[in-house]
Design a protein around this ligand. Structure first.
Ligand SMILES: *Cc1c(COP(=O)(O)O)cnc(C)c1O
Length: 369
């Protein structure tokens, strides 16, 4: 009974499938620098994500960071603090100033009603996050961005494989940045990608991920080393073959969680967004202590005592990080603060047994008083 359950578990293909995919590397001895696996993975992703333009990167963070660099931005970027460190860091590491917009209490994504009020003469871009795979209000963000001529770069790290109104999530904004980290719905061990509208951006990204080298004797940009290697691309190729089954397994697990927890007072479960084909990336629950009777911290501890790893995701907010000490005022994002103090994401991965889901839910329900 007391087997440990982690909050996530990486999806992997059968060993034979991966070995088969990488065996040609022993003939070519071409291990990185945009080799055949890189090209094949890129092509397969273009088909899957219904886009012409995709650049592969070493991870999701460099996707964000180099996209901002490729756009040559200056000034302020409006984003949210209810995200992984990566989003805010990508902005700051580009010498840009993050301006924090509060989040919507239902989707946990940027509250578009508060967006326009934050725009100044210095604003150059908006970087919203499709938190937990919940899709931002893309229509309103696009309307505002057009009105003020701002770039839109989505942190789409949680939204791989999703569609909104039948349209691939890769097609929104000027660019969408994905993470293929081992803990995500879809992984290439480590990896990332940018999907984008303007082909020129792709050429820039291609150079930037390879030290800014533009030709044999020309270094045109101060680039980084952010190339995806052949072993990671091969893992991505294999995992992509099974992605729809993986998402379907996640759906069944999420439905079980819902069934068990839906009627419990004081718990707020993640919404089912209409018109979204979800990837069931996370199962966040908000614990309203006054109604439920137990706090997020108590539930977190109780689960840990039972060998169950839930995650305070996202806590703390990025605008309260030690490294930004004194730079931002967390009181400007009260909804994000409220949610981050009460949220737990529960274990969710394709191979999670439904009996374990029941056990997790029973432990939570037992805490209710
Ligand atoms: C995982 C994640 C990233 C960073 O992706 P890596 O591939 O780990 O570098 C960025 N933003 C969000 C919201 C994430 O969850």
């Amino acid at each position: 009974m007391n087997n440990k359950i982690l909050v996530t578990k990486s999806s992997m293909p059968e060993l034979e499938e991966y070995v088969d995919e990488i065996s040609s590397l022993w003939d070519s001895c071409w291990l990185t620098n945009m080799g055949p696996k890189h090209q094949k993975f890129q092509k397969k992703l273009c088909e899957y994500m219904e886009t012409q333009n995709i650049e592969l990167l070493v991870n999701g963070h460099m996707a964000l960071e180099l996209t901002l660099q490729a756009m040559n931005l200056q000034g302020e970027v409006i984003t949210t603090p209810f995200t992984f460190a990566s989003t805010t860091h990508a902005i700051v590491r580009n010498g840009l100033k993050p301006v924090f917009c509060d989040i919507d209490p239902v989707t946990y994504c940027m509250d578009v009603n508060k967006l326009e009020g934050l725009i100044t003469d210095s604003t150059c871009a908006i970087m919203p996050v499709h938190v937990y795979g919940n899709i931002c209000n893309v229509e309103e963000i696009e309307r505002i961005a057009q009105k003020y001529e701002l770039k839109v770069i989505y942190d789409a790290a949680h939204s791989f494989g999703e569609k909104y109104k039948g349209k691939s999530i890769a097609q929104f904004g000027d660019a969408s940045c994905f993470s293929f980290h081992a803990t995500k719905v879809f992984n290439s061990i480590e990896g990332g990608a940018v999907c984008f509208k303007d082909g020129v951006l792709g050429e820039k990204l291609y150079d930037l991920k390879n030290f800014g080298i533009h030709g044999p004797e020309e270094v045109a940009e101060v680039g980084a080393n952010a190339k995806m290697n052949e072993f990671c691309a091969a893992m991505g190729i294999c995992n992509l073959r099974h992605i729809e089954e993986e998402i379907e397994k996640r759906r069944i697990i999420v439905e079980r969680y819902r069934e068990k927890l839906d009627s419990i007072e004081g718990l707020i479960l993640n919404i089912n967004q209409k018109e979204v084909k979800s990837n069931y990336a996370y199962f966040p629950v908000i614990f309203e202590e006054k109604i439920f009777g137990a706090s997020r911290e108590e539930i977190f501890k109780k689960l840990a005592q039972n060998g169950i790893g839930a995650r305070k995701y996202f806590y703390p907010l990025t605008n309260t990080f030690e490294c930004f000490h004194g730079s931002y005022n967390v009181m400007e994002t009260p909804v994000a603060l409220h949610i981050s103090k009460r949220v737990l994401t529960l274990p969710l991965f394709a191979e999670l047994d439904l009996k374990e889901v029941d056990r997790i839910c029973d432990i939570i329900i037992e805490c209710k008083c």
